[in-house]
Design a protein around this ligand. Structure first.
Ligand SMILES: [Zn+2]
Length: 100
């Protein structure tokens, strides 16, 4: 799954919008019915919990937190020490692997 949009694009870019949609789908799928989820925008940094429509609104106005490439607050796990590749890894960069 390509997440370069988190670092390389900004609100208003087509790539960014597509990425945000991908994120929202992922978050909703893993929300287990919770009404409010951590908001990964530049201002909330996953510290504040918002409804999905509010998150979408924030991500349209504010940039996505560009350090948040492993979506650990939205159903992913991160393993920085894993030597082999987890079978279901969804995102990798140098020494970091995310998987669901
Ligand atoms: Zn926010």
């Amino acid at each position: 799954m390509d997440r370069s949009w988190i670092r390389n694009s900004k609100p208003g870019d087509r790539e960014y919008d597509a990425g945000v949609r991908q994120f929202i789908n992922f978050a909703v799928k893993n929300s287990e019915g919770r009404e409010k989820l951590p908001c990964p925008c530049h201002k909330c940094h996953n510290l504040l919990h918002k409804r999905v429509d509010e998150i979408l609104n924030h991500l349209t106005k504010f940039a996505f937190d560009n350090t948040y490439t492993c979506w650990i607050w939205h159903g992913e796990k991160m393993d920085e020490t894993h030597v082999g590749k987890p079978k279901n890894s969804v995102f990798e960069e140098e020494n970091r692997t995310c998987y669901v």
